[in-house]
Design a protein around this ligand. Structure first.
Ligand code: ADP
Ligand code: MG
Length: 371
């Protein structure tokens, strides 16, 4: 797709076909798909659910779920030593593909817990990848893991290394998974909807992180998403899929400004529709009378004992109709949290006292409130 003849693609996929035999017939999950991946560049594969994005990506690593199998095509990987191997021809359980998985090609998923263990400390898990692929000795592993945690911008990496995954938020777990993926300095990173389960702010942070690390490591990225907004953020090239087939492919500018396929126009249209709804909401007249407030939180900050800021200067209001939300939140607060500073102001007449009690009684650490 890139026209520069000097650039050799890291991965060259041609006419890939993957089929699932079912009782009612054969499902062509991937049907004649071709693409190239280049160092330092991101190819976004976009399409609605079931269009064959994940199966295409999993084929590269030879991890297609049974009874699916690659029925046609080639996937030529250029290795760091310049040799070329056709991944389509490798035995899915063989030594060769196992040496490539995780080392030359790493993959991250939508759900970090699908590749992270809940019972091992994160340092052990990332270190294990280093031990398996490079035989790195224990003390060196710790130094390298701390370095990786720093690179993925996890606060206090010296302490975080000994924590368990359940102690992290979704965004932080995604960072741990990225650190694990980067441990062996892969030439290709496959990211299958890694930001889909995250809120928009965390999603933006993770996308920025992947972009930054790609620039540092110079890897090729195959990024799968169903979201054209994400495509606009991260793609250099785009491959649009529908029902296993490639509908369109080209540079990101072309896809957005001169889409050729009706299907691409429809995908872009669905994003624009959402944006226009937001505009309508913004244009709405403000409510004439301000609703009576049950709770008015100003400048709330929560810090974990290790120094990690869980909440930083947050202000919010709760109207009487949303009282149930308030108690749910209060219950979730753990005594371990250290409230740095917060101001609770109750402005309602009848229920305010009980609301204040709910907040205090269920969160023993909370009432270190000032004012
Ligand atoms: N384990 C499976 N068994 C049978 N069919 C499957 C299996 N996994 C995927 N498929 C088929 O492949 C199609 C594409 O799936 P997938 O690549 O996961 O879609 P997506 O674009 O949402 O990632 C599905 O619609 C389904 O028909
Ligand atoms: Mg998928």
């Amino acid at each position: 797709m890139t026209t520069d003849p000097q650039l050799q693609p890291v991965l060259k996929v041609r006419n890939l076909a993957v089929q699932f035999p079912t009782r009612t017939g054969v499902v062509k999950a991937v049907d004649d798909v071709s693409f190239d991946l280049y160092r330092g560049k991101t190819l976004c594969v976009v399409g609605e659910s079931g269009s064959g994005k994940s199966v295409s990506a999993r084929s590269v690593l030879q991890i297609v779920d049974r009874p699916g199998r690659i029925t046609n095509g080639s996937m030529e990987l250029t290795r760091p030593d310049g040799s070329v191997v056709d991944l389509a021809k490798l035995d899915p359980r063989g030594k060769q593909i196992r040496a490539i998985r995780g080392r030359e090609i790493a993959m991250i998923f939508q759900e970090p817990m699908s590749s992270l263990s809940p019972i091992h400390r994160i340092g052990e898990q990332i270190g294990e990848t280093l031990r398996i692929h490079f035989g790195t000795p224990k003390d060196e592993r710790r130094t390298r893991v701390i370095e990786l945690l720093k690179q993925v911008e996890i606060p206090n990496p010296e302490k975080a290394i000994d924590r368990y995954t359940f102690e992290f938020s979704g965004g932080m777990r995604q960072r741990v998974m990225i650190a694990m993926a980067l441990a062996c300095n892969p030439s290709l990173l496959i990211a299958d909807e890694p930001t889909t389960a995250l809120d928009v702010t965390t999603q933006a942070e993770i996308l920025a992180l992947i972009k930054k690390l790609q620039a540092e490591y110079g890897m090729a990225v195959l990024f799968i998403t169903h979201d054209m907004g994400v495509v606009a953020e991260i793609a250099d090239e785009v491959l649009v899929m529908y029902r296993g087939k490639v509908m369109e492919r080209g540079p990101v500018e072309q896809i957005f400004h001169a889409p050729q396929a009706d299907y691409t126009r429809m995908l872009i249209g669905s994003v624009l529709k959402l944006e226009s709804k937001a505009e309508i909401r913004l244009k709405r007249e403000p409510e004439a009378i301000a609703p009576e407030l049950l709770l008015d939180v100003r400048n709330l900050s929560l810090t974990f004992p290790g120094g990690l800021k869980a909440v930083n200067d947050v202000s919010l209001t709760v109207s009487p109709a949303k009282r149930s939300v308030l108690s749910a939140r209060a219950v979730r607060a753990r005594p371990r949290w250290d409230v740095v500073s917060c101001v609770f102001t109750i402005r309602s007449k009848a229920p305010p006292i009980s609301a204040a009690r709910t907040a205090r009684s269920s969160t023993s650490a909370l009432p270190r409130a000032r004012n």
